[in-house]
Design a protein. Structure first.
Length: 227
């Protein structure tokens, strides 16, 4: 996996923080409020649970990236490599541009993409409920893993990218880098919910993030047609 791709995936996760806060803010707030009273009594006690939630979530992303990378490998075995690679890179670049429009609230079309995952989520969500109430970081990690599969246009966009990664391991690395990029915002959300909510409502923050993510997509298109 090219280091630049991993760095780009990390930055996309970081810049997508405005979307993460809007999409997952309620989930994080509910999880934090559902912790035992003695845990919620201090920041130092909350941190292990927040790290466990997010470790499970990132593990889920990594698994999904591995599956999509493996799918890309299978496609390459069936269809000539030169056609598949260009098609996959093109779809990933277009998805990045659409994601930027989505983050900036200029276009809401990716909401329909999120609905594609609703059937899977309906099957997984009851499993998450069985882990409640959370009484240990191990439970929190399991719930975080299930949380990773909630329908999300941001995640789906990067998963599309991971199909073109070249292998299951590279797809996993791409999604791992993306997941680590989302970590600062979601950790802050779990511990500073009020400030995070205000950030999510800042239109300029969302628009700047959208423009930067669109820039990644445009750059990917430029590379595709120049080289």
């Amino acid at each position: 996996m090219v280091t630049g791709s991993l760095a780009a995936a990390f930055v996309v996760g970081l810049l997508g923080g405005a979307h993460c806060i809007g999409m997952c803010g309620g989930i994080v707030g509910t999880l934090t409020a559902g912790l035992p009273v003695e845990v919620r009594g201090g920041l130092a006690r909350i941190i292990p649970y927040q790290l466990a939630y997010n470790s499970g979530r990132i593990a889920g992303y990594t698994l999904a990236g591995s599956l999509m990378g493996a799918l890309g490998t299978l496609i390459v075995e069936v269809i000539p490599l030169q056609y598949v690679q260009r098609t996959l890179y093109l779809s990933a670049a277009v998805f990045m541009i659409l994601l930027g429009l989505y983050l900036g609230a200029w276009w809401r079309g990716l909401a329909s993409v999120e609905r594609l995952g609703e059937r899977l989520w309906r099957r997984l969500e009851p499993l998450g409920r069985r882990l409640l109430p959370i009484r240990s970081p191990f439970q929190a990690m399991g719930l975080g893993f299930i949380w990773a599969w909630i329908p999300c246009g941001l995640v789906y966009s990067v998963l599309t990218w991971s199909v073109s990664a070249g292998s299951a391991s590279q797809g996993a690395l791409l999604m791992l880098a993306f997941g680590l990029g989302t970590l600062p915002n979601l950790l802050a959300m779990g511990m500073l919910a009020g400030a995070a909510a205000r950030l999510a409502g800042n239109v300029k923050v969302r628009q700047v993030a959208g423009v930067l993510v669109m820039g990644f997509g445009i750059y990917a298109l430029w590379q595709l047609f120049v080289y």
